[in-house]
Design a protein around this ligand. Structure first.
Ligand SMILES: Cc1cc2nc3c(=O)[nH]c(=O)nc-3n(C[C@H](O)[C@H](O)[C@H](O)COP(=O)(O)OP(=O)(O)OC[C@H]3O[C@@H](n4cnc5c(N)ncnc54)[C@H](O)[C@@H]3O)c2cc1C
Length: 380
C-alpha cells in the first residue's frame, strides 16, 4: 500500500477540487487522483463558463446562488479572482411557456435570488433579436461567467496548502471494499482510504463500474462555436433562445454560441461534429438575423463531454448500499455553477454525516429508485 488517507477524491476537475479543499479545510487527510497529466483539463476547461441562478428546481437555484456568491467573493477567500463577470443571462421566453417561466420567476424570487422579468423592448436593448412568438424575457443580473480552470486550480492550491495531495497520471483502475474503507488500485500502486468521492465527471459511470456497481452517468459530446472579431459581440449577455435551445454570448470581441444536439448519442465520441454547425446556425439566424455577419473561427471552436444522468441533473451524496462511497457527478451542462456549493455539501456529508448547508435530497441517487427524477426545465 502506497499511502492511506481519510478521503480519496477521483477526478481533479472543478468539482473534485472544491470537495478536496473543503475536506482539507476540515483537517481530513485527502488525496485527489487524476487520470490526466494536469488537473482540470476535461469538462472544466471546456465549458462555456456560465453561471446562473435561473433554474426551475429550488435545489439547483440554491446550488447556483451559493456558488455564485463564493465566486463573487473569491479573491477575499483565496487571494485570486475567480474571473467572475456578471454579464447577465437572458432567457427569451416563447408564448407557450409564459406560465412556466412566470412560475419559475416567482420561485426564484421566493428564494431571494436576483431575477427580473423584462418586456421584449427592454430585452432588445441588451441584445438585438426578432421578437416573433416571444412573450417576455427573464434576466439574471448576477448571472455571468467565471474562469473555471483558474477556480479549480485555486481550490487545489488551497487544498494542498492544507496538506492534500494531488496525484496526476494516477487513474483509479479498480476499487474494492476492505476493512474500514476502500483499497483503490492505480498503475502507480494501491491507496487506502476511509471514503471515496466519485468526482470523475463524464467518466463517473465508468469509475463506479470499476468499483463494482452501476451509476447512471454517461458522456455526451457538446460543442461550442466561436466567431472571429465582430463589433456586435462586445458585452453581449448570455442569451438563450428557449424555443430552439440556441445560446450566444460575447467573449470580449468575439461571439461564442452553441446548441445541444438532442440526437447526439452517448459515448466518448471525439472531435468537432461540423455537421451540427448548420442546424445550430439555422436556429440562431431565425432569432438573431445579424448572425449572418458572423465569421466562424474553426480553430477557436471546441468540444467536450457533458456528464449526463437520466434527468440531466447531478447525483450528490452517499451512494446507497455502497459504504464509504460518495457521488459528486453527473452535472450535465451546469457543473461549473454548482461546484463551490457542492464542495461544501459533500464535505459536510462526509465529515458531519449529512449535507446541511443545502438540502441535497432532490439530487440523491435514491430519486431514480423512487421515481422522483428531477423536472428541471432550464437544461441548456
Ligand atoms: C461544451 C461544454 C459547455 C459547458 N458549459 C457550461 C457552462 O456554461 N456552465 C456550467 O456550469 N457548466 C458548463 N459545462 C459543464 C461543466 O463543464 C461540467 O459540469 C463541470 O466542469 C464538471 O466538473 P467535474 O469536475 O465534475 O468534471 P471534469 O472537469 O470533467 O473533471 C473530471 C476529472 O476526472 C478525471 N478522471 C476521469 N476518470 C478518472 C479515473 N479513472 N481516475 C482518476 N481521474 C479520472 C478526468 O481526467 C477529469 O479531470 C459545460 C460542459 C461542456 C462540455
Amino acid at each position: 500500500m502506497k499511502a492511506s488517507y481519510d478521503a480519496l477524491i477521483v477526478g481533479a476537475g472543478i468539482v473534485g477540487a472544491a470537495v478536496a479543499y473543503r475536506l482539507a479545510e476540515r483537517g481530513l487527510s485527502v488525496a485527489v487522483l487524476e487520470a490526466e497529466a494536469v488537473p482540470a483539463a476535461q469538462a472544466t476547461a471546456k465549458s462555456a463558463a456560465g453561471v446562473r441562478v435561473q433554474f426551475s428546481e429550488p435545489v439547483n437555484v440554491r446550488l447556483s446562488w451559493s456558488s455564485i456568491q463564493e465566486y463573487r467573493d473569491f479573491e477575499e477567500l483565496f487571494g485570486v479572482s475567480s474571473g467572475y463577470r456578471p454579464i447577465g443571462y437572458l432567457f427569451l421566453v416563447p408564448r407557450e411557456l409564459e406560465r412556466a417561466y412566470e412560475d419559475a420567476l416567482a420561485l426564484q424570487r421566493s428564494l431571494g435570488v436576483p431575477v427580473e422579468r423584462l418586456e421584449l423592448v427592454e430585452a432588445r436593448a441588451k441584445v438585438d433579436f426578432d421578437p416573433a412568438g416571444l412573450a417576455f424575457a427573464t434576466w439574471g443580473p448576477a448571472d455571468g461567467v467565471i474562469d473555471p480552470h483558474l477556480v479549480a486550480h485555486a481550490y487545489l492550491k488551497a487544498a494542498r496548502e492544507r496538506g492534500a495531495e494531488l496525484l496526476t497520471e494516477t487513474p483509479l483502475v479498480s476499487a474494492e471494499r476492505q476493512q474500514g474503507g476502500w483499497r483503490v488500485r492505480t498503475p502507480r500502486g494501491d491507496y487506502a482510504a476511509g471514503v471515496v468521492v466519485n468526482a470523475a465527471g463524464a467518466w463517473a459511470g465508468e469509475v463506479a463500474r470499476r468499483a463494482g456497481f452501476e451509476l447512471p452517468v454517461v458522456p455526451v459530446r457538446r460543442m461550442v462555436f466561436m466567431t472571429g472579431a465582430m463589433p456586435e459581440a462586445q458585452g453581449l449577455p448570455l442569451t438563450v433562445d428557449v424555443a430552439t435551445g440556441f445560446y450566444l454570448r460575447g467573449e470580449h470581441e468575439r461571439l461564442l454560441f452553441g446548441r445541444s444536439n438532442p440526437d447526439e448519442p452517448p459515448g466518448f465520441r471525439e472531435g468537432m461534429d461540423w455537421s451540427w454547425l448548420e442546424p445550430t446556425l439555422e436556429a440562431g439566424l431565425g432569432r438573431f438575423p445579424w448572425l449572418e455577419r458572423a465569421g466562424l473561427d474553426q480553430r477557436a471552436s471546441w468540444w467536450g463531454y457533458y456528464a449526463i444522468t437520466p434527468d440531466h441533473n447531478a447525483i450528490l451524496g452517499r451512494m446507497p448500499g455502497v459504504e464509504g462511497w460518495y457521488n459528486a457527478a453527473g452535472f450535465s451542462g451546469h457543473g461549473v455553477q454548482h461546484a463551490a456549493a457542492t464542495g461544501r455539501a459533500i464535505a459536510e456529508e462526509i465529515a458531519d454525516g449529512r449535507a446541511h448547508s443545502i438540502d441535497i435530497e432532490p439530487l440523491r441517487y435514491e430519486r431514480f429508485l423512487e421515481g422522483r427524477a428531477l423536472r428541471e426545465q432550464r437544461i441548456v
